[in-house]
Ligand binder design. Structure first.
Ligand SMILES: [Fe+2]
Length: 195
């Protein structure tokens, strides 16, 4: 079955963009308008109502729907569905660039920096900012950027473009109480055909 039209348009535009832009930072910052166009597609919103890949925060298990992984340029398109009041751990995405677009719902994102300059066994975290993200908003998350997402009293759906597959890439989780660092792979990848 052919892909959802807006999604195929996004993939084609993203591949052309990657062919033109070799610099990784400019590539991902410059891809924001392509993700904006995808998020604005009414058919995508309709499809998202049926998406599910339940997270189990109490067990430390998170899942992403895996829509696409590009064989030439390595970019990956995921979705993350959060149930009401779920939150992520404080984490980074390792070396991966992320464009986090909100499709439905809304959530609070807090960002941190390490006062210990990344050298300690436990991170000394300083809160940098705390903001609500709403449908249409796209957060550009550079490699090793430390953050946490708190969902509101509703389902929230994010459509995410990444420079690689987080399910195969080590990332760091930070204990909120004492800054203890755990290295682990990112969310499990659950293949899903976006048709
Ligand atoms: Fe994240």
């Amino acid at each position: 079955m052919p892909r959802l039209a807006a999604f195929q348009t996004f993939i084609d535009a993203m591949r052309a963009h990657c062919a033109r832009e070799a610099d990784i930072e400019r590539r991902y910052r410059g891809a924001v308008p392509h993700l904006e166009a995808l998020l604005a597609d009414p058919a995508l919103r309709e499809r998202a109502a049926a998406w599910g890949a339940p997270n189990e925060p109490e067990r430390g298990i998170y899942r992403n729907l895996l829509f696409y992984e590009d064989a030439d340029y390595g970019f990956v398109v995921n979705a993350l569905v959060k149930e009401p009041r779920h939150q992520t751990p404080i984490h980074d995405h390792g070396p991966i660039w992320t464009l986090y677009g909100v499709l439905d719902g809304a959530e609070r994102v807090a960002r941190y920096r390490r006062r210990d300059e990344g050298r300690g066994e436990r991170a000394d975290l300083e809160l940098l900012d705390d903001h609500w993200v709403r449908p249409g908003f796209i957060d550009v998350v550079p490699p090793f950027d430390i953050h946490v997402e708190y969902n509101g009293d509703h389902r929230t759906v994010g459509v995410i473009v990444r420079s690689g597959n987080v399910g195969r890439t080590p990332q760091s989780w930070f204990d909120a109480a004492d800054g203890r660092i755990t290295r682990r792979l990112g969310p499990d990848q659950v293949p899903h055909e976006l048709v």
